[in-house]
Ligand binder design. Structure first.
Ligand code: FAD
Length: 344
């Protein structure tokens, strides 16, 4: 059975999170879907430890701290998050509502959709070398779901970040052989993990290799290994049963671009009154949208989320008179925020 709701927000980046708040103030509950395993969008995924200097009232705030504070701010609304699943399909229903389906099969029957999908869904960066397409998701994997399946095998791990190093340290004594290939000498992973990995390589328990994947090798249609070029351009054939790739994630607009919405330069066109797309009931806020004068800034997205919330309220109940209320003085807002009398 699809989940019946007034609003689905696609994307739990900073703007999707603040959208929950703005809707909550108007007593509208939303379900939030994100392809990532955690909320925070670009702030959490691309630059959690970097400082941001242009959030009003914060001379400086860390990107992850901003996400944490947004999560605190929406706590009163007990939002349901549906993480690790991308929204893939949109169907228009005859009654004007929408049926949304995610990559894990969750379905929503919703009156409105707010697309806060930023740069798109984050997907693992794929191996694009010649021959890779034949073995992607067969012998070339982008996640490890059951580590036990790798025990006793010859494996190659690609990457230099925390995921690549963590799996190397976890698996080196359980697999038959492990080659760690990273394109650079410097690693992005934690220094302690790099130190442990180097010690294993010195003891000959793993092989550490620096180079670029040039080709995926096969014999009679079966995967055999990788052809890797070192810093001097010399190529090496490195054989394995399987390859595990941890090159991080990159955003991909993906299915959202195929839903028949007006798109200009990979962004969804909206008006600046409601932040509505060319389709009634579908709104777009944050980095995903475009309009005359658009600036891809967090504070612009916050403003868009406030106006989109009022527009959603109007869409849900066209006859209802909407009054602007201040959170400082409105008892009804205090109630929605769950404030206790003595804290007001
Ligand atoms: P995002 O943060 O991109 O979040 C979108 C979310 O939607 C993602 O989590 C994604 O997984 C999800 N998603 C997308 N498609 C789907 C789908 N189909 N199904 C499910 N989930 C989906 N801005 C500033 O204002 N000040 C700064 O100082 C600043 N510094 C920055 C520094 C760096 C290094 C970078 C990269 C950006 C910076 N920005 C800054 C920009 C700011 O991070 C973005 O404007 C902001 O993250 C946009 O938020 P968003 O919620 O619209 O999108």
């Amino acid at each position: 059975m699809p989940i019946n709701t007034d609003v689905v927000i696609i994307g739990a980046g900073p703007i999707g999170l603040f959208q929950v708040f703005e809707l909550g103030l108007l007593d509208i509950r939303a379900h939030v879907v994100d392809s990532l395993a955690k909320v925070g969008g670009q702030c959490g995924e691309l630059y959690p430890e970097k400082p941001i200097y242009d959030i009003p009232a914060y001379p400086v705030i860390g990107a992850q701290e901003l996400v944490d504070r947004l999560v605190d701010q929406i706590a009163p609304f007990k939002t349901q998050f549906h993480l690790k699943q991308a929204v893939t399909e949109l169907q228009r229903k005859e009654d004007g509502r929408f049926l949304l389906t995610t990559s894990t099969g969750t379905q929503f029957d919703t009156a409105t959709i707010i697309i806060a999908a930023g740069l798109g869904a984050f997907q693992p960066r794929q191996v694009r070398a010649p021959g890779a397409a034949d073995f992607n998701e067969k012998n070339i994997h982008y996640r490890i779901t059951q580590a036990k399946k790798l025990y006793g095998k010859d494996i190659i791990i690609l990457g230099g970040g925390d995921s690549a190093l963590d799996w190397t340290l976890e698996l080196y004594d359980k697999v038959n052989s492990l080659i760690l290939i990273h394109r650079r000498v410097e690693y992005r992973a934690q220094a302690a993990s790099v130190k442990k990995m180097k010690a294993l390589a010195e003891q000959g328990l793993i092989r550490e290799f620096h180079g670029m994947v040039r080709q995926v090798l096969s014999d009679n249609g079966s995967y055999r290994g990788l052809l890797v070029a070192d810093a001097d351009g010399n190529t090496h054939e490195l054989e394995s049963d399987d390859v595990y790739v941890f090159w991080g994630l990159s955003p991909n607009l993906g299915p959202v671009s195929e839903w028949g919405l007006d798109i200009a330069k990979r962004q969804i066109s909206v008006d600046t009154e409601k932040y509505q797309t060319n389709e009634k009931g579908i709104f777009a806020v944050g980095d995903i949208n475009t309009y005359l004068g658009k600036k891809k800034l967090i504070l612009s997205g916050f403003h868009e989320a406030a106006l989109a919330a009022f527009a959603v309220q109007k869409h849900l109940d066209p006859d209802k008179k909407i009054f602007l209320q201040y959170t400082t003085t409105s008892p009804i807002m205090h109630k929605r925020l769950g404030l206790k009398k003595d804290s007001i």
